[in-house]
Structures are given as C-alpha cells and as structure tokens.
Write a protein that binds this ligand. Sequence first.
Ligand SMILES: Cc1cc2nc3c(=O)[nH]c(=O)nc-3n(C[C@H](O)[C@H](O)[C@H](O)COP(=O)(O)OP(=O)(O)OC[C@H]3O[C@@H](n4cnc5c(N)ncnc54)[C@H](O)[C@@H]3O)c2cc1C
Length: 372
Amino acid sequence: MRHRIAVVGGGPAGLTFARVLHRHDHPVTILERDPAPDARPPGGTLDLHQGLGQLALDKAGLTAEFEALSRPEGQAMRILDTAGTVLRDWRPHPDERANPEIDRGHLRDLLLGPLDVQWGRGVTQVVPGTREGARVHFADGRQETFDLVIGADGAWSRVRPAVSPVTPHYTGITVVETSLDDVDTRHPGLARLIGDGSVAVYGVNRTLVAQRNSGGHVKVYARFRAPLDWHENLDLADAEAVRSRLLVLFDGWAAPVLDLLRHGTAFVHRPLYVLPVNHTWTHVPRVTLLGDAAHLMPPLGVGANLAMLEGAELAETIAAGPADLDKAVRAFEEQMWVRAGRWAKITAAGLERLVSPDPAEAVAHFDQVQPS
Ligand SMILES: Cc1cc2nc3c(=O)[nH]c(=O)nc-3n(C[C@H](O)[C@H](O)[C@H](O)COP(=O)(O)OP(=O)(O)OC[C@H]3O[C@@H](n4cnc5c(N)ncnc54)[C@H](O)[C@@H]3O)c2cc1C
C-alpha cells in the first residue's frame, strides 16, 4: 500500500528525504514556502562528512555527482591569533575525503534533480488527529490531508507545534555575516590569507571566520557574545554603520584580518538559537520532524549532515513498506534522538570553546576535532 506522504520544507533534510523516496519509486509531496529555488541566496558552503551527509548522498545514488561538485581542498583550515600570527595551518592530503565542501546551491540543485517541488506553499499549521489523516493548513487558506507529514521546515518549524511545545532559545552568541566576491582578483592578499579552505581568528569572546566558496566567493562570519538587543541603536540595513560597529568590536585585531570586514559587502545578522540538547517528544501518529526542526544546534558543521542522513533513513524506512507505518516512524525517531542528542552536546560545548573568554580553548578545540 502506498501511503500519502508530505514533506514540509525543501532544505537538505526535506530534499534528501524526497530524493531517496523518489529513488525507490515512492510518491511524495514536497511543500516549500519559497516561491522558487533561487528566491533567496542559498547561503555558504557545507562540509559533508563521511558516514553522515556523504552516506545520505550514497543512499540517494548521488555519490559520483557529489565527487564531481565537491571541493576536497576546501577542507584546509588555518588558525590565527588576533595579531595575525599563524598558529595552525592544516592542509588536507590529496586523497582526504573526510569532509569535502560543497556550495549549498550546488547541493540543492543536485538533490532537486527530477523532484517535483510545490514552490510557494507556505504551511502555517499541521493538525495530526483527524480521521482522514494529518491535515496541513497553508498560508493561502487551503488545506490538504496526508497519511504522514514530515516537518523538515527548519529552525522556526510550523510543523513542530503538532508534536512539541518547545521553541528555540538564544545561545548568547550572535553572528554577523558578510561576503567578498572575486576574492582572487579583487583582494589577492585576503585570498592568500584564506587559502583553499577557511581561516579562523580567535580572540576574547569573539571569532572571525572566512570560508571560501566556489567561484572566488568568500563568506565571512563575525561571531561574538552579546545580548539579543546589542544592535538597539544600529540600523542593520545600513552596511556602513554595521561595518563601523564591527570594527569597534574587533578593535586592535591585525589589519589584514580586519580587511575581511572592511571589504565585506552586505551584512546579515544571524543570532544563534538552539533547541534544548536531547529535545524529544511523546510520539504523535502521522507527524514527525527531521533536521533543524527536530534538533536545531550551533552551526559547527553537522546540522545539514544530520538532516540529510535522517531524511535518507526515514525515506528508506517508508520505502521498505512497513506493515505498521506509525510503529516504523516511532522507531526512526528513537534512533534520530540518540544520534542528534550526542551531536547537540558536542556542538554546544564546541560553541562555548570557540567563542570563549580564553582563545586558547578554541585552538585546543581545533586540535581535538581536526584530522591529523
Ligand atoms: C552559518 C552557518 C553555517 C553552517 N555550516 C554547516 C556545515 O558546514 N555543515 C553542516 O552540516 N551544517 C551547517 N550548518 C547548519 C545547516 O545549515 C542546517 O543544520 C541545515 O540547513 C538544516 O537543514 P534542514 O533541511 O533541517 O532545514 P533548513 O535548511 O532550514 O531548510 C528548511 C526549509 O523549509 C522551508 N520552510 C520553512 N518554513 C516553512 C513553512 N512554514 N512552509 C513550507 N516550507 C518552509 C525553508 O524555506 C527551507 O527551504 C550551518 C548553519 C549556518 C547558519
């Protein structure tokens, strides 16, 4: 029997889920709020780990395509102190494939492939307990019913309230993101500083990270501890004003490092929110969650990986045609919670060390997690 399955959200979780179901010839309805795939900038590069994101792509039959698109050299990582002294300069071996980088836009297009996404279908609410199935309410007032609704709609999930009252809380650490274009021709000095991968500079309660994407595009992340209203008297839409405030916050850092901010174009504020470590819920028939909707955690290189693997695993579970779908989803949730809980603990501790009163903690963290 073919169940009517809907996934809300066309991010890494939702698209991987749908792509694996598609590989097994199982129909799925994909509901995405964005009006088109390129409706907003796709965001920075993602590193996909062996055993997590790469395993998910393998389950989707997309390993060869990923190898063609990904950048193993992007695993390179350089650490500086605020005076600009290089403390670590790690370069991957040519065969190193533990965490190659891929642009989010490339990953999205790879997963989209033959999928038929319903764009511009923002979901406002899911009501699980109706006799015909779980009822999905849309922003345009329409409603549809499915046997199973998967909430893969990210941090501020509109599906989550159907299973859990919990909402994300602020970590006390915020990020202002900016970017550089054509870095190799326009800013060759910065291009050398960043290298093929990333450069991170750790100061007291502040961090600057610059990450190379493909095509000479670089994303720069200024992370610092601050109350949520730190920008009360600042117009976040005024790039000059934000740049000046950041230059004050990072005052005294080496000039080439501050050039990452001086040459940044637009600035985007992204306060870091998380769900509690070990977020679980009492199972609700016909509705479940994947990815950030289930376990939003600090952005330390694992959220998309987990989201994708969960999507692939749940799709395989459904495609196997379990006699009792609800029981199979419940078993999937238990497995997801254990793995996500472990990573939520690791990333919460990692964030505290990376944006720390003692920058030596950040370097020690790097030494622990980096392959040697
Ligand atoms: C700066 C930064 C860097 C990161 N780097 C990495 C990294 O290197 N590696 C890594 O693994 N992770 C990384 N992450 C984390 C990663 O981005 C997330 O964990 C991942 O995107 C989660 O995927 P998702 O599909 O669960 O949610 P999302 O990516 O948030 O996708 C949710 C989708 O649902 C749609 N949607 C939302 N609401 C609705 C609605 N009501 N109705 C319909 N559709 C809706 C959205 O438009 C979106 O398409 C990073 C995060 C940040 C912020």
